[in-house]
Design a protein around this ligand. Structure first.
Ligand code: SAH
Ligand code: SF4
Ligand code: F3S
Length: 470
């Protein structure tokens, strides 16, 4: 058994990470032929991308995917720790698995992802969810074949969670869930240690992939006909700082743009290290989408400081203006937390002021959720839940108005849209514009999925736009 600890921010160490290649043993291939798995993924794009690798490993072991969990032989949850409700959902699902396991003891239940990296979660499972066969973390996905064999062979709970990130593993298999859009990891982990956030503990320290490995993956996606890639990192702006003196995110983005992929997106960008080089590259290459996710979290300097965000309201706005002034037609989206410990009405009103200034194209708004082991968890939070909920509601009203106001400006304009499918509800094609707006649209001629077409906007809503192909 290997349990995680949760590293304190103080224990900073810098390690040189090596890269090794993933290899599946010959006798592992198809060893589980005829068996099925059910995989449920919570959380962010990183987890979705990890799940694409889990699926590929499981399929090379001979499993096939079963969407109905009551019928599968292996039940796996790829979990998220970011807020309490993600945590609760995973435990809720484990509760359902428990009933199944009582009826069919032979099924294997596993839990991986960010929650596995939390010691308190492992302890809870060891105590109250003894039927869970297998727990592994975010740093040892490549060990799945061996861990699964052990879980099947031994009739006890197998836990292998590494506290520290190890070498980067390249060449892990992947079965992508979309034929036109792909995620490409460029940097793992996070060193920012925002005081409310659990990610640095569950994903470890920043490790950039080598530029050659990234560009090779991008090239193979271009060769396979992919139309859009989203470059992923908890903070993509930190790319390369651990590896190279003069090759950072701006340079990488430029090389990716030159690969010929029709569309490049990236997320997430921490405002702290958003460079002029990045702005220059984004505005220079038409295939880099003018859409930037720039989480602000709060508009109050006092709260930003308590959050450990490393910027002020003023420096955020300076960057925001620079982006708006230098990247034509850019859309900017954000994340905001309300109810952080000590947030007074005045602090909240400063967030509202900032929102009224920025008029974001999209905003993900959250009530602060206490995460065990984070520094903010030690702060006293005496904001009543009704106040937090009220702030969220007031904030949502304002941000939603701006979504609509921004969308209204797009009426009768023409936007390039990647055709992704036909929506069941509207029986219209759907896809996203360059600025990441969801567009439902009609066309006189039949369209191929994966095409990029120009759509004239005929109707606007808060969260989507309707149009027709020109
Ligand atoms: N790396 C990204 C964020 C990943 S988490 C970044 O820094 O931009 C996505 C969002 O979840 C964060 O931007 C934050 O708004 C929210 N979040 C993170 N921890 C939270 C917590 N403890 N409570 C509420 N929201 C949280
Ligand atoms: Fe969390 Fe902050 Fe890192 Fe984003 S930058 S993952 S919010 S610690
Ligand atoms: Fe959740 Fe882990 Fe992503 S905590 S948001 S799945 S990095």
């Amino acid at each position: 058994m290997l349990l995680p600890d949760q590293r304190e921010e103080g224990s900073v160490y810098k390690k040189i990470y090596k890269t090794r290649d993933f290899k599946l043993k010959d006798d592992d291939i198809n060893r589980y032929s005829g068996k099925t798995f059910f995989l449920k993924t919570y959380g962010c794009q990183m987890n979705e991308r990890d799940s694409e690798t889990l699926v590929a490993i499981l399929e090379s072991l001979g499993f096939s995917e079963e969407k109905d969990y009551t019928k599968a032989d292996l039940l796996l949850l790829n979990t998220c720790s970011i807020r309490e409700n993600a945590h609760n959902k995973a435990f809720g699902m484990l509760g359902r698995f428990k009933h199944l396991k009582e009826k069919r003891p032979e099924i294997i239940v596993g839990l991986c992802g960010c929650m596995a990296q939390e010691l308190n979660v492992c302890e809870e499972i060891m105590k109250n969810y003894k039927f869970v066969n297998l727990i592994f973390g975010t740093h040892n996905i490549d060990r799945l074949p061996e861990l699964l064999d052990e879980a099947v062979a031994k009739n006890s709970q197998q836990i292998e969670v590494l506290s520290r990130e190890e070498d980067l593993v390249e060449g892990m298999p992947v079965i992508r869930s979309n034929k036109y859009k792909a995620y490409v990891n460029i940097i793992y982990g996070c060193d920012k240690f925002c005081t409310y956030c659990i990610v640095p503990y569950t994903r470890g320290r920043e490790r950039s992939r080598k530029k050659e490995d990234i560009l090779k993956e991008v090239k193979s996606l271009v060769d396979d006909g992919y139309k859009e890639i989203t470059v992923l990192g908890q903070n993509v702006n930190a790319y390369g700082k651990d590896l190279y003196d003069d090759y950072h995110f701006g340079e990488l983005l430029e090389d990716i743009a030159k690969s010929g992929i029709p569309r490049v997106r990236f997320m997430t960008s921490h405002p702290w290290d958003f460079t002029d080089k990045m702005i220059e590259v984004i505005s220079k290459y038409p295939n880099i989408m003018p859409s930037i996710h720039l989480p602000v979290q709060s508009g109050s300097n006092r709260i930003l400081k308590l959050m450990g965000r490393r910027y002020t309201k003023e420096s955020y706005l300076e960057l925001f203006d620079k982006i708006k002034n230098n990247i034509p037609g850019v859309s900017v989206s954000t994340d905001i937390i309300v109810g952080f410990p000590g947030e007074e009405e005045e602090d909240f009103l400063e967030t509202m002021d900032l929102v009224n200034y920025c008029k974001f194209d999209n905003a993900f708004t959250f009530i602060y959720s206490e995460r065990v082991g984070t520094p903010a968890c030690k702060l006293k939070n005496n904001i009543p839940m009704e106040v937090r909920e009220d702030r969220l509601q007031r904030l949502n009203e304002v941000v939603n108005n701006y979504f609509l106001e921004n969308n209204n400006k797009l009426l009768n304009t023409e936007l390039p849209v990647l055709v992704e499918g036909i929506s069941d509800k509207k029986n219209m094609y759907y896809g996203y514009s360059d600025t990441n707006k969801l567009i439902n649209f009609t066309s006189d001629n039949e369209l191929n999925l994966g095409d990029i077409v120009n759509v004239v906007i005929t109707e606007v809503h808060t969260w989507s736009l309707d149009g027709r192909v020109k």
